[in-house]
Design a protein around this ligand. Structure first.
Ligand SMILES: C[S@@+](CC[C@H](N)C(=O)[O-])C[C@H]1O[C@@H](n2cnc3c(N)ncnc32)[C@H](O)[C@@H]1O
Length: 401
């Protein structure tokens, strides 16, 4: 199978995939009271305690050394992170479509459903006239998380009030088949990183690309081989990227002469190191173009990740065992036990998004986007540090403008 299909199966197979099996997204419970904390360090300590307590409770209910527990900014900084996104949504909606259209929000990959609750709470409390017009749809591939999102809506009378505004659709965004002609906002927060990629290697001398395939033998051993035939999606990605981007990082960048020399080195592979290409993300942009022609995208993801496997734009492949994160050096790992997450090269992705959808986008650092929209007083510690702004230095926010 293609590496892309192998990754997708490892992450999302409904029976043994990583997301369907062991995933638990940390929730801190009560929001952190930042102004009462002396410093960012104190916040970190308090978070560590809550993390341990959270897992102690889970272990008490059901011990599990393989529990895959992780966190996202939506959870750590709830409700402030969600409110910052909500502020942006309402401002843009009031400017561009109110009162002619409803505020239609689609969120793909909503995790615990916290963003949805934080956004709806904010709109209800601060903009009741907009709340009247708000509809929220979640598109969620993982059944267990879709169930959790539904439960969240029944959690309190306050949350229950949103129930008639929300619909949770338990399917992959790639299976979405409804045409949505009205203006809408499409949220994608930490979802691109788990979209499957293909891997290509290039011939040092001719530049010919070869595409990665995975073979699993009857004993379950995995092998990777590179085929000279590109599948249509990988070929389309290369064409699209070439047309949309003036320049982009490439394993063959450097002089032709040096590349030819590389191939002559003794014991040197005739192919370059792998480059991981976001074929599924490109497909997602086509889906937006075809099914949501009037969307505005709001996405956030990592532009950089530490401890990746070898290669350009390479993923981090890791598992959590006995509360320790363990990175490994290949994506060819036992399906379902490992998270496989990729950095997003926004310099490439932004022009590709525009070329495919015909809509312009802009990318901000997490800090810049948040500093214009978050409640700075509520998220600042006593010594003036602000973890909402200073954490997630490796994340960017790309929005349609
Ligand atoms: C890393 S979590 C992020 C959760 C949430 N957005 C947050 O920031 O807390 C990724 C989420 O995307 C979902 N997801 C991944 N691929 C998807 C797809 N193709 N269609 C819909 N949801 C998807 C996962 O099930 C999960 O809920």
């Amino acid at each position: 199978m293609l590496l892309r299909d192998f990754i997708e199966d490892s992450l999302y197979n409904p029976h043994y995939g990583y997301f369907s099996k062991q995933v638990v997204i940390f929730s801190p419970g009560e929001p952190f009271d930042f102004p009462s904390l002396p410093s960012e360090h104190a916040f970190f300590q308090s978070l560590r305690h809550r993390y341990t307590a959270f897992e102690d409770v889970l272990d008490y209910q059901e011990p599990n050394d393989l529990r895959q527990l992780w966190h996202t900014p939506t959870e750590l900084f709830s409700p402030y992170y969600g409110e910052a996104i909500a502020r942006y949504l309402v401002e843009d909606y009031k400017y561009s479509s109110y009162p002619y259209h409803d505020l239609n929000i689609y969120e793909m990959g909503a995790g615990n459903g916290t963003m949805m609750l934080n956004i709806l709470d904010y709109i209800r409390d601060c903009h009741p006239e907009v709340y009247e017009r708000t509809r929220y749809k979640i598109i969620e591939i993982t059944t267990q998380l879709a169930d959790l999102q539904q439960q969240g809506l029944g959690h309190s009378a306050y949350a229950r009030g949103h129930a008639d505004k929300v619909e949770i659709v338990n399917k992959s965004v790639f299976d979405w088949d409804q045409y949505v002609s009205s203006p809408c906002y499409f949220l994608a927060l930490e979802v691109f990183d788990n979209f499957a990629h293909d891997a290509l290697k290039y011939d040092w001398q001719t530049g010919t690309p070869y595409q990665s395939h995975v073979v699993i033998d009857p004993r379950g051993e995995m092998f990777e081989y590179y085929s000279r035939t590109l599948d249509p999606l990988a070929a389309q990605f290369l064409e699209r990227r070439h047309a949309a981007c003036k320049s982009y990082p490439h394993p063959l960048s450097g002089s032709r002469f040096m590349n030819s020399m590389q191939s002559l080195l003794p014991f040197r592979d005739s192919l370059t190191m792998p480059e991981y290409i976001p074929t599924r993300l490109m497909q997602f942009f086509y889906m937006l173009y075809q099914k949501f022609p009037n969307h505005k995208l709001i996405s956030s993801d990592f532009h950089k990740l530490a401890d990746g496997v070898e290669g350009l734009n390479a993923p981090v492949v890791q598992t959590r065992y006995k509360r320790q994160m363990i990175p490994v050096s290949t994506p060819l790992v036992h399906q379902g036990y490992f998270d496989i997450l990729f950095p997003t090269d926004f310099e490439v992705i932004e022009p590709m998004y525009t070329a495919i959808t015909g809509r312009f986008a802009r990318t901000y650092s997490h800090e810049v986007f948040m500093s214009g929209r978050a409640d700075i007083e509520e998220t600042q510690t006593r010594n003036g540090e602000n973890p909402l702004l200073s954490w997630y230095k490796n994340a960017s926010v790309m929005i349609t403008v």
